[in-house]
Ligand binder design. Structure first.
Ligand code: TNX
Length: 523
């Protein structure tokens, strides 16, 4: 036989085998460390294989704990529609057999604090372990992100559901990772807020700050002062019909958030940003006359009458009712841009309100201006623009919540062509909101002073959920990473590739996002 004759056949065979091997590796994930996760975990070790989730799978939770069953059911709710599988949540007291997901609460060897988790994936089993239910819930988000994007679909999808094998050990850099939604300038109903909660939970955020009152609207029912919501909630920027949450609806939001281990922080902005209240009750005005409702977007023109007795009765009532609706530790008292309150009135006013909040057993949160007044060490000053204010809070022993406007104000336009939003703090492109470090941004404010990071979405120009999503995405995932992942694993060039791969997830989740040219989107 002529050996040369066989050469093309052998080469062809080698080529075909090569192609088969390539197509196998592209279909099956095999390197856990290369998966696109946001926020990026603290550590990932890859073992080179994959776990295949099939119709035979079940979710096993260790023991009979209701908390664990809830988390199992939450994960199952995400898996059932898209896989069409018959997965069930079952209790067990030992590791299940091959092909299953196993959720374990273990105080023992987990040193990752309140929200840390460990995810171990072998070809036989996906095991999620954490010391707290919150940690398990954060780990479930990682499992969702490791599965193909179609897992988020609400309808049955063809395809394989494979996860690369290895171990992820993960825990947050900061204990508070929040987003603020301004429901005062424009009102967003319960269903919108629930979707907002679902979207932020996917990035392991744990706080939702609701800006419940401002010049343009009062959005929470206060039974002892009913006109606040009825009259003060009856309009919005631009003169729309406004709206407010009844206490039952608000409780529903708080519960929905808490089921995703998200704390709601209610804000009543005082002594400025208060026209909605001044228009609802004449007695809150120094001249005893109710103001007109306001539908413009100016700031800093209204103030409570700081030297009237009734003002503090009003605040005490509001804080009492809010406290009863608030399982979380904080009541946010605003305190920003009180341009028409004299400084000598502002300082004692904040002190009184601060003490009212403490008397109701809650801790004070406020915009950084509140540090002009005396603060309890468990108070939190939310830094948005003024480093001197933040420094004064730190010197009083208070903690700082980092919301630097030029980085985290997701109501800022992305660039000069963005139709929505404002630009007083500059344009905030996706890279600007990502490339910064909370622990080094402001001289004198270091990691030990910082309780966390929050991205505020003010809504003067934002009227519906589509617009909310456009401003939130894709800046929020980056801010979530800054709050969760240590600086040592954060890098824009790596992040933008991971973010680019989220395009498919955004599409499946029907998120209206801004397709920044700085990000290599892949669908
Ligand atoms: C400043 S930041 C405000 C808000 C506005 C926002 C618009 C802060 C504490 N106050 O009242 O809505 O700018 O970007």
């Amino acid at each position: 036989m002529n050996r040369n004759h066989n050469k093309p056949t052998i080469s062809l065979l080698i080529f075909v085998m090569f192609m088969i091997s390539i197509s196998c590796t592209t279909n099956s994930p095999s390197d856990l460390s290369k998966e696109s996760l946001i926020p990026k975990p603290v550590s990932i070790t890859s073992t080179g294989g994959y776990f295949n989730l099939t119709d035979g799978a079940d979710i096993y939770v260790q023991g009979e704990s209701e908390d664990l069953k809830k988390i199992g059911n939450y994960l199952n709710d995400k898996l059932l529609p898209s896989t069409g599988f018959d997965i069930e949540v079952k209790s067990t007291d030992k590791a299940p057999g091959s092909g299953n997901i196993y959720i374990v609460l273990s105080a023992g060897d987990i040193e990752q604090g309140d929200e840390g988790y460990e995810l171990s994936i072998t070809k036989d089993l996906v095991s999620l372990t954490a010391g707290t239910p919150a940690g398990l819930f954060r780990g479930v988000q990682t499992i969702r992100q490791l599965l193909p994007a179609n897992i988020e679909s609400g309808t049955k999808q063809e395809g394989e559901w494979k996860i690369a094998t290895g171990t992820i050990k993960d825990y947050p850099e900061f204990g508070y990772r929040g987003v603020m939604l301004d429901v005062a300038r424009h009102f967003f109903g319960v269903e919108d807020v629930k979707r907002f909660i679902d979207l932020i939970a996917y990035y392991k955020m744990n706080a939702l700050h609701l800006h419940l009152s401002d010049d343009q609207g009062w959005r929470i029912e206060i039974k002892s002062w009913p006109n606040l919501a009825i009259h003060g909630g009856s309009t919005a920027v631009g003169g729309g019909k406004g709206g407010y949450y009844t206490q039952e609806q608000y409780t529903e939001i708080v519960k929905y958030a808490s089921d995703q281990f998200i704390t709601v922080v209610p804000e009543i902005d005082m002594p400025g940003h208060i026209n909605a209240a001044l228009s609802s009750y004449a007695e809150l005005n120094c001249n005893g006359k109710a103001t007109e409702l306001y539908t413009g977007i100016e700031v800093g023109f209204s103030t409570l009458c700081t030297n009237k007795e009734i003002t503090y009765k009003f605040i005490d009532d509001v804080v009492r009712e809010l406290t009863a609706l608030t399982p979380g530790p904080y009541i946010h008292i605003g305190g920003d841009e009180s341009h028409v309150t004299k400084k000598e009135d502002y300082i004692p006013f904040i002190k009184k309100v601060h003490d009212i909040v403490l008397a109701h057993g809650k801790q004070v949160m406020g915009w950084d201006e509140i540090s002009l007044s005396e603060l309890n060490p468990n108070a939190v000053a939310q830094f948005w623009a003024n480093a001197e204010n933040a420094g004064r809070a730190v010197s009083q022993g208070a903690k700082i919540l980092m919301s630097p406007a030029a980085r985290t104000y997701i109501d800022m336009k992305y660039d000069s062509t963005t139709v929505l939003g404002q630009h007083w703090a500059g344009y905030v492109e996706v890279d600007s909101s990502y490339i910064w470090d909370p622990a080094t941004l402001v001289p004198g404010i270091t990691k030990k002073n910082i309780m966390g990071v929050e991205a505020p979405l003010w809504t003067e120009t934002i009227t519906n959920m589509e617009e909310v999503e456009y401003m939130v995405f894709p800046r929020l995932p980056g801010i979530a990473e800054i709050a969760w992942s240590p600086a040592s694993v954060r890098n824009w060039d790596d992040y933008k590739i991971r973010l680019g791969k989220f395009a498919e997830r955004f599409k499946v989740m029907e998120i209206n996002y801004y397709p920044s040219r700085l990000v290599p989107w892949v669908e």
